[in-house]
Design a protein around this ligand. Structure first.
Ligand SMILES: [Zn+2]
Length: 224
């Protein structure tokens, strides 16, 4: 994938645009960094944040604004919807299906060629509570077929791209995500990964513990 400059009418250069589903977390931040690393110009990256009624939406949205600004991306587009959520339950049926659809709608409006997201799952793994069927590579392959089918003649082809799953034999684990963010010197304090905190991270959920563990080990590495 490259940020091709297409010459329209032999004169005007048209650059390919990408929409990125930004959630204020580590995975979607890394998805942005991978796009930039591949040579996509920052002004062609259009982040979208979806407030679907989650209890931590204000903090996620703040972080998404901060990340978009830090990375010099285009202005963050906010989509507000109401999903039926259960307080402090991270499983929301069809959430990613809905978010992908909203991002596709936005992508079509600005004539983007792809919607990039930070999903890491390859196939659903029942033993891992945060891998949902609509956030796995298999789902995006199937959904891309639907997108192609429902596309109108005059519309762009838009690809859903879970960039963290590309060329992977095994799922990228959270520790690797943090290591990659570290490689880009991305400030880990800019992310919101907690499923339970409202104003500030709870400090005791799986995501909070993983981040703290990574930070602790990283400090040790720096000290030795
Ligand atoms: Zn937490």
């Amino acid at each position: 994938m490259a940020n091709k400059k297409i010459k329209a009418n032999g004169k005007k250069k048209v650059e390919e645009k990408f929409v990125v589903e930004l959630s204020g977390g580590a995975d979607s931040s890394l998805a942005c960094l991978y796009l930039i690393e591949r040579g996509i110009a920052k002004e062609n990256i259009f982040p979208i944040y979806v407030n679907y009624g989650q209890v931590y939406a204000i903090r996620e949205q703040e972080m998404s604004f901060r990340i978009a600004k830090y990375l010099n991306l285009q202005k963050l587009y906010i989509s507000n919807i109401n999903l039926f959520t259960r307080r402090f339950d991270p499983f929301i049926p069809y959430r990613n299906l809905v978010i992908s659809s909203l991002a596709l709608n936005y992508a079509q409006s600005i004539k983007a060629i792809a919607v990039v997201n930070g999903s890491r799952g390859l196939v659903p793994t029942p033993d891992e509570d945060c891998t949902y069927r609509d956030s796995c590579a298999v789902f995006y392959v199937l959904f891309n077929n639907i997108v192609t089918y429902i596309k109108e003649e005059k519309e762009n082809i838009i690809q859903l791209l879970p960039i963290l799953t590309e060329k992977r034999q095994m799922k990228m684990m959270k520790d690797e995500v943090y290591s990659e963010l570290n490689r880009f010197k991305f400030p880990l304090d800019y992310i919101w990964n907690c499923y339970f905190g409202v104003e500030k991270p709870c400090g005791s959920c799986k995501n909070c513990k993983e981040l703290k563990s990574f930070k602790d080990r990283n400090c040790l590495m720096l000290l030795t």
